[in-house]
Every structure is written in structure tokens, then in C-alpha cells.
Design a protein around this ligand. Structure first.
Ligand code: COA
Length: 148
């Protein structure tokens, strides 16, 4: 796999990001939500991963004082399984540490074992369950977290 480049998400990235999103989730976020996150939400920090100047994945978090929540992470299907998601997660994890975050958490579908395995590699452990959290299929969300 070629060299990856990770940088902050910008407004001009949104069409490519929405494409990654559409290919990754059953109920994808529309462009307007990414616009709010990148342009308007001062608590949001989003990053893209590029190969040959094309966006192949993204991740984001909300950070308030010393608490952060990963909102999402996705890699384009053709690029999965090459440790790109892990590099991106490592990057956002380091960003959180540099920002003084003490507690990092996220929600993940109970059935999404692949993502849970990725998060466990960074020390995140299950801390609770939100029953019937996902409206498309009433699936539970597992809350995972780690102290930094
Ligand atoms: C989750 C996701 C970001 C992982 O990205 P990726 O680049 O494919 O993952 P990597 O190649 O970096 O693998 C990192 C770790 O994830 C886990 N993993 C990745 N693919 C896996 C698979 N097919 N089966 C089991 N575990 C897997 C493993 O723990 C792996 O580490 P290991 O190879 O040392 O065991 C990607 O699968 C994705 O975009 N999924 C759809 C969107 C999604 O579900 N996002 C999470 C929302 S909470």
C-alpha cells in the first residue's frame, strides 16, 4: 500500500468525504452535517487520510475541556484491511493526547466486531450499552472508552 497522508478536513474535501461515508454506513450523514462539523462546530476536529491526493478515509471527534468523543471513522471499502484505519485512529488518538484530553469514548454498533477490535487495540474497553440506540434496526450501541 502506498504512503498515506493525514491532515485536517477542510470544506473543499466534503464531496469526497460524503462518498466515503455513503460507501461505509447504512444511514450516512449528508454533506450538510459535515459542513456544520467542519465549518461551524468549534468543538469538532475532523481529519482525512489521503493516498495520491485522493481521500480514502476520515475520522472525527468532539472535544470539550478534557473529554472527547470519536464521532466516526471510515475507510473506503477498497482500502480496508491495509492498516489505514489503524494509522488514522492512532493519529486522532495522538491529537487527543496533545489537546490534553483525559477520557476518550465512542459508540459502536454491537454487531460491528471489526471496529470494536480496532478500538481494543488502543485500549478502549466496553463501559456501557445504549439499548436500541440505532434507529434503522434498533441495534444496541456499545459505549467504549479509555483513559488517556
Ligand atoms: C473499522 C474500519 C475503519 C477499519 O479500517 P481498516 O483500515 O480496514 O482497518 P485496519 O486494516 O487498520 O485494521 C486495524 C484493526 O482493525 C481490526 N480489523 C480490521 N479488519 C478486520 C477484519 N476484516 N476482521 C476482524 N478485524 C479486523 C483488527 O483488529 C485490525 O488489527 P489486526 O490486523 O492487527 O488484527 C473499516 O473497517 C471501516 O471503514 N468500516 C466501516 C465503517 C465503520 O464501521 N466505522 C466504525 C464506526 S463505529
Amino acid at each position: 500500500m502506498k504512503k498515506v497522508h493525514i491532515r485536517r478536513m477542510e470544506e473543499f474535501d466534503l464531496d469526497q468525504v460524503v462518498e466515503v461515508e455513503r460507501l461505509s454506513f447504512k444511514t450516512p450523514w449528508p454533506k450538510e452535517i459535515f459542513y456544520q462539523e467542519v465549518v461551524e462546530n468549534i468543538y469538532a476536529h475532523y481529519f482525512v487520510v489521503e493516498i495520491d491526493q485522493k481521500i480514502v478515509g476520515y475520522a472525527g471527534m468532539w472535544a470539550v475541556i478534557d473529554d472527547a468523543q470519536i464521532t466516526n471513522i471510515a475507510i473506503k471499502p477498497d482500502y480496508r484491511g491495509y492498516k489505514i484505519g489503524e494509522q488514522l485512529f492512532h493519529y486522532i488518538f495522538q491529537q487527543a493526547i496533545q489537546m490534553g484530553i483525559r477520557r476518550l469514548s465512542l459508540e459502536v454498533r454491537a454487531s460491528n466486531i471489526i471496529a470494536q477490535r480496532l478500538y481494543r487495540k488502543f485500549g478502549l474497553v466496553p463501559g456501557g450499552i445504549r439499548k436500541n440506540y440505532y434507529t434503522d434496526n434498533q441495534e444496541d450501541a456499545i459505549i467504549m472508552w479509555v483513559k488517556l
